[in-house]
Design a protein around this ligand. Sequence first.
Ligand code: MN
Length: 416
Amino acid sequence: MAQEQVRIFDTTLRDGEQAPGFSLRPSEKIQLARQLDTLGVDVIEAGYPIASAAEADAVRRIATEVRRPIIACLARCHPADLERAAWAIQPAAQGRIHTFIATSDLHLKAKLRITREQCLDAAVDAVRYARRHTFDVQFSAEDATRSDLDFLCRVVEAVIKVGATTINLPDTVGYSTPDDIYEFFTEIRSRVPNSDKVVFSTHCHDDLGLGVANSLAAVKGGARQVECTVNGIGERAGNAALEEIVMAFHVRQDRMPFRTNVVTQQLYGSSEMLAKLTGQGVQVNKAIVGRNAFAHEAGIHQDGVLKDRRTYEIMSAADVGAPWNPLVLGKHSGRHAVQKRCAALGFEIEGDELVRVYRGLMAVADDRKTIGDDDIIAVVGAVRRAAAVPAEANEPFDAPATPVPAMHESGYGHGV
Ligand code: MN
């Protein structure tokens, strides 16, 4: 089957940055925008210019300096917001104004305190206004998945009529299930006239841990743009994670024959850069980019991976640009892995010596979460000294002179 393209709309610098603890300085936003360009995303949502003058300047600088992707920025359906957004993207090679208004009755009544008709008028006016500045106008119906479907269809039809080119239907509060989202996109696309003339977009939050699953279901339902963020950062529990969506398509072409322009080998580096700039680490078991994503500690798994990587890995670390060091040693590890890791450190060990080194390391592992290279060097040194082998003859460099039992107190190499 021919692969259809799904556009990757990265909102790390807007929705992601809005999350508590993830603020970036303008220079950091620009650095990250350059990396997103290298990563190959189609659209960078660079910020929310009305938020502050510095934010508007940062968006404008990104629009000036990052030339390949479309540079988008967010604006409410207010003239002042739209004016600032238009100014910010004005230098872009391809600039997009992304305007939004909530369409659910809950948001209209409780938050905006306007009627459905006022909402519809505001949306139409905003899209018309934005089209005077750029041909590329995206409209988002905030809280779309909790909106009345008939009203939502009216709004979408109206904004398409006045020139919106991308229609984003966010699951703003992460309430939907994959079945909901699939039916939602299928139904709206079938009901709204001229829906085939625009690109439908999905923007899913992870409040129930369904952000990625919902995004994939939206694509199945006809969405051809996915909004996502590096490391899944974003408001509350975050947005759908870019790296997970891209690799789901990559690994499961049999079920999802879609391609993206993302250079998968840049995923890990992008994740790492974001973590460093924000000071917010990635959870160790995070899919694709977590420290344990390609690590194996259990003996059976290590043995399998050493014989054939595919036994316990559905993609390779190299595919996502991550370092591959699969033999994490801990109390669940087997001798095969210990031997391999020793060999990587320059120690050829077998037979009785391997048994002694293995026992020494397992004693360390009882006390530790993982075993580091320092521990291996110390244990091998201790085993060899105990066997009266001249240390200089066998060791690639000086091992610590600490006897094995004392290492429990030594505190080095925690490897946490
Ligand atoms: Mn959002």
